[in-house]
Design a protein around this ligand. Structure first.
Ligand SMILES: Cc1cc2nc3c(=O)[nH]c(=O)nc-3n(C[C@H](O)[C@H](O)[C@H](O)COP(=O)(O)O)c2cc1C
Length: 193
């Protein structure tokens, strides 16, 4: 039973990434963290090859090593900093590339009448989203993550964090850490014994 935490900020001392780790630790379950800043993940080109080649994306970059990890995960944590009042481009890029997973014949169909929309390998699995922001725009980031994770991937959102951190370090913000711990506990409970 493994949680995969996607740390979407490229910053070394990222608040978002710290919260992803904190949530994973608080779950009490085994977890692995993926740092998008350490990987080369290029944008989806919209070539449509994944739809025709059983979910195989032709872009040979570090996303290839993530596809199997994503399929093997029992739960996901998505962490994205807020840039220009929405999620960062790096996280959007990662999410777009996840579309290839819809065409591997894993999981239920998105809609039986629309087979071209593929399957949802993570349907019903628990997820947590987290964004941090200096001052404004976090609600939109939260909504973007919800649409991607809940509406599109069909995962079960057990907690959504959208934290205004100013210029602070979350390590000095006990209320934020408390909410991360609570989110992690909910994730652990959703995964059961
Ligand atoms: C390109 C860029 C755009 C940003 N846009 C916003 C914004 O729209 N609103 C805001 O309050 N803060 C904005 N920020 C600040 C970040 O949201 C904030 O520092 C966030 O906590 C960074 O997350 P991290 O510590 O995980 O990297 C922006 C920062 C960058 C680098």
């Amino acid at each position: 039973m493994k949680i995969l935490g996607i740390c979407g900020s490229y910053r070394e001392q990222s608040n978002t990434n710290k919260l992803v780790k904190r949530i994973a630790e608080a779950s009490g379950k085994p977890f692995e963290l993926v740092y998008l800043g350490k990987l080369d993940i290029r944008p989806c080109t919209g070539c449509g090859m994944c739809m025709m080649q059983e979910g195989q994306c032709p872009i040979q970059d570090d996303m290839q090593q993530l596809y199997d990890k994503l399929l093997g995960a029992d739960a996901l944590i998505f962490g994205a900093p807020t840039y220009f009042m929405d999620i960062s481009g790096a996280m959007k890029c990662f999410i777009d590339r996840c579309m290839a997973l819809f065409y591997r014949e894993v999981g239920p169909p998105y809609h039986p009448d629309m087979p071209w929309l593929g399957n949802r390998p993570h349907a019903g699995k628990p997820a947590v989203t987290v964004t941090t922001v200096a001052g404004a725009g976090h609600e939109r980031s939260k909504e973007t993550l919800k649409v991607a994770v809940d509406d599109c991937m069909k995962m079960k959102l057990v907690a959504e964090l959208a934290e205004v951190v100013g210029m602070n370090d979350v390590d000095d913000m006990p209320e934020v850490l408390k909410r991360a711990d609570e989110a992690g506990k909910k994730l652990g409970q959703a995964l059961g014994g």
